[in-house]
Design a protein around this ligand. Structure first.
Ligand code: ZN
Ligand code: ZN
Ligand code: FE
Length: 763
């Protein structure tokens, strides 16, 4: 047979994941010659052989790929044959530099996990074992291209055995940049609370300490964790006190899927997400018989579970018996600690001992969080394992854009070429430490991408630190983007939508163009513009932000409003539990409008009604009551409450007063909370569907996106999607958080439309 040639380009996550060695092995096995190299957007193969050999090769490329690879597109064209000698891997071409060629950190692969468990292996119990399929990437990278010399592994010189692996194409560690072994790589050290070294094998020391109920600070991939036995209430409680964390749930790490099954009944999808290379925390509904201290997630029916994702975790989990609390090492509200000295300094008085090592973390990266909604995962916090994987967008960025995000759970986004790069989670931008971490993270991503954007997008809110940062940064163009418009644009971008959509944006709060707090919005939007078609009837926030903590005030405002001066306050247990003096004060504040802004937030309605029915006067953290209220809903209950949509106003108003009156009736009739919650959710879903249908009569049957923090609520998202999907194409967030952690992407898209309208250059 005669010689033929093919050029195959593969797009997706194919760099830094062992893809070229895999292609090499397949080519050699199929008897084709040629070459493979990384190019700016993926991998390019030129293969030569007879038709039969080429066909076999192409077929094998569709077979089992390296676990961390994700292929978006494969193209194959015929090229003139060349008489090549064998098959070679060509060194990376990184001339363009317009993409982060650094992959996300990858969870330990099964082969490496087997290596460290095998007493005969030279990496037995070695916590820094990795290969081309797994190990640290983003968190150790100092610059691009992603080569060992540009990582925090630069100072470690490979021993002869490691160097041989690194240079052998057929080896699993061929070009594994962080390759290391006990002879040449980083090492663990256990330290006492004051930083003095502890004698003995660090793994044994920490294992024994954890079993004895101590709290350990353990250096991980993207920062330190605080770990303790998740079954010992006294210990978990002590961790809460020391960390000054009231009731926010802690995530737990378990050794295996089987161990996770003992905490929660897993669906197939949940099992898949738990074991994915990203290894996020997965929010699961806790089994009633789960052996877990209630202090792990007080009053929370869910539990965040993750599996080990570094060799150190595997070794640690083997040394202890049960699940471990694994929470970001910080005091409340501060960013995660990530450097040895800094950790010892900042975690003084929190950790009883430390497990540190000498491989530096270059970039902080918190654990990511996911939840399965409507049968597929939604990333609620997008960080370790996902960042800096680019999100490809349908519309090219006319020039590089930096979008600064909002306030809570913030991230930023760089739009460059046809990709958006969301940064790692930096937390709530409310203090100097977090702000500095944010600034540093922005600078690092700019360096990785080799861009210094002159277009900067930001929220409308003038007081957000992200806005102030945007205004201070030198820029040729600043684009303020309305909060909910950004939410909608973010959902559009993720699903490659262009043109107009009907956007349902439900969240806690975001500043509107009229200066009031929005948050229960139905927009008709494109990237260019939006129109606010409908909103929730506003609610009074007595004491502004204080009302969000003292949630009974929201319930109080809702009930007073719903009954128009004739409210049965004394018949409701929530209010009788509040001191009369306090009630009077709040009533006066509302009557006189003192420090009592009105807010349209859908999240506030969840807080108010949740507080009312569950009898909870206070919320320990943002979203606590809403989540409990959401989880309380009886899945079997089908009834709804009445509501009204006033189309005589601009925008239309969703009037929840009839709903509140019926909730009050149900409380007085001693209906169970599960039933009231279900009816409440059914009503909101029905009202939303009705508003969308109304909107469609005006603007046509456009695609619908559901966005905003409220859509972390699986029950609501699933019911709305269920009611609409026969008539509309409904999109939920998947890869990008529905909450404010995803908002920067939308800001970048909106800013891009402004640049394009001004005739911006192509980047
Ligand atoms: Zn591996
Ligand atoms: Zn070595
Ligand atoms: Fe928001």
């Amino acid at each position: 047979m005669s010689l033929e040639g093919r050029r195959i380009t593969i797009r997706g996550i194919v760099q830094g994941v062992g893809f070229r060695p895999w292609v090499y092995r397949l080519a050699t096995a199929s008897g084709v010659t040629g070459r493979v190299c990384n190019d700016t957007e993926g991998v390019m193969i030129e293969a030569f052989g007879d038709a039969h050999a080429l066909e076999g090769f192409l077929k094998s490329l569709e077979g089992s790929r390296p676990p961390a690879a994700a292929i978006v597109r494969v193209e194959c064209t015929a090229i003139p044959p060349e008489p090549a000698e064998g098959f070679v891997i060509i060194a990376s071409r990184t001339a363009d530099g317009r993409r982060v060629s650094i992959p996300p950190d990858l969870a330990t692969c099964p082969e490496c996990a087997a290596d460290i468990a095998d007493p005969a292996n030279r990496r037995y119990r070695y916590p820094f074992t990795n290969c081309t399929n797994c190990g640290p990437r983003f968190t150790i990278a100092r610059d691009v291209p992603y080569d060992r010399a540009q990582t925090t592994m630069a100072g470690f010189v490979m021993c002869a055995a490691c160097a041989r692996e690194y240079e052998t194409v057929s080896d699993r560690r061929f070009h594994a940049q962080p390759n290391a072994c006990p002879a040449c790589g980083p090492h663990l050290t256990a330290l006492a609370a004051d930083g003095a070294p502890l004698a003995g094998d660090p793994l044994d020391v920490v294992g024994a300490a954890l079993c004895a109920g101590r709290i350990a600070a353990i250096k991980g991939l993207g920062g330190f964790h605080l770990a303790c036995d998740a079954r010992q209430t006294f210990t978990v409680q002590r961790l809460r006190q020391r960390k000054r964390r009231d009731e926010k749930p802690f995530a737990v790490m378990v050794a295996s899927v089987a161990a996770a099954e003992r905490l929660a009944d897993l669906t197939e999808v949940e099992r898949r997400v738990l074991t994915s290379v990203e290894r996020p925390i997965v929010l699961l509904r806790r089994r009633p018989d789960a052996v877990l201290s209630p202090a792990v997630a007080p009053r929370n029916p869910m539990v965040g579970v993750m599996l080990p994702y570094t060799p150190l975790h595997h070794l640690l989990m083997a040394a202890v018996e049960g699940p471990l609390v694994m929470t970001s090492a910080n005091r409340s509200e501060e960013p995660i600690a990530y450097r040895n000295d800094e950790a010892i300094e900042r975690l003084r008085g929190i950790a009883d001992l430390f497990v540190v090592h000498d491989r530096e973390i270059e970039t902080r990266c918190d654990d990511s969080v996911t939840r399965v909604i409507a049968g597929a995962p939604v990333v609620l916090r997008r960080s370790r394992g996902y960042v800096p994987r680019p999100i490809s967008v349908a519309r090219r960025f006319a020039e590089p854009i930096l979008a600064c995000g909002a306030l809570l759970k913030n991230t930023f986004c760089f739009g460059v070429g046809d990709a958006a790069h969301l940064g790692p989670h930096v937390g709530d931008l409310e203090n100097l430490e977090t702000f500095e971490s944010y600034e540093g993270s922005v600078a690092r991503m700019a360096r990785f991408l080799r861009v210094e954007p002159l277009v900067v997008a930001h929220d409308l809110h003038p007081d957000y630190l992200s806005t102030r940062y945007a205004l201070r940064r030198s820029a040729a163009l600043r684009v303020p983007v309305q909060h909910h418009h950004a939410h909608v644009a973010s959902a559009m971008a993720e699903h490659g939508l262009d043109g107009q959509v009907i956007g349902v944006a439900y969240d806690g709060t975001g500043l509107g163009t009229d200066g009031t707090a929005w948050g229960g919005e139905l927009l008709v939007a494109s990237y260019e513009r939006f129109e606010r078609l409908a909103t929730f009837r506003p609610m009074a926030l007595a004491g502004a932000d204080a009302a969000i903590r003292h949630v009974w005030r929201l319930a109080f405002a809702a009930v007073l409003d719903a009954f128009d001066g004739d409210a049965p306050i004394d018949a409701l247990p929530l209010f009788t539990a509040v001191a009369g003096r306090e009630r009077l004060l709040v009533e006066q504040m509302m009557a006189r409008g003192i420090n009592t802004p009105l807010a349209h937030g859908a999240g506030r309605l969840f807080d108010a009604i949740g507080a009312l029915v569950l009898g909870r006067a206070e919320s320990a953290y943002e979203g606590q009551i809403a989540l409990e209220w959401n989880m309380a809903a009886d899945p079997a209950e089908r009834r709804e409450y009445p509501f009204a949509i006033d189309t005589g106003t601009t925008p239309w108003t969703f009037d929840w007063r009839p709903l509140v009156r019926h909730v009050v009736d149900d409380i007085r009739a001693h209906q169970p909370a599960a039933r009231i919650s279900a009816r409440f959710h059914n009503t909101l879903a029905r009202a939303t569907a009705e508003m969308v249908h109304q909107a469609a009569t005006r603007v046509g049957r456009l695609p619908v996106v559901l966005t905003g923090g409220v859509f972390q609520n699986a029950r609501l998202a699933e019911s709305i999607a269920g009611l609409l999907q026969d008539t509309f194409r409904v999109h939920l967030h998947r890869e990008v958080p529905p909450g404010d952690g995803g908002i920067a992407l939308g800001q970048a898209m909106v800013a891009n439309s402004v640049v394009r309208a001004r005739g911006g250059r192509e980047s």
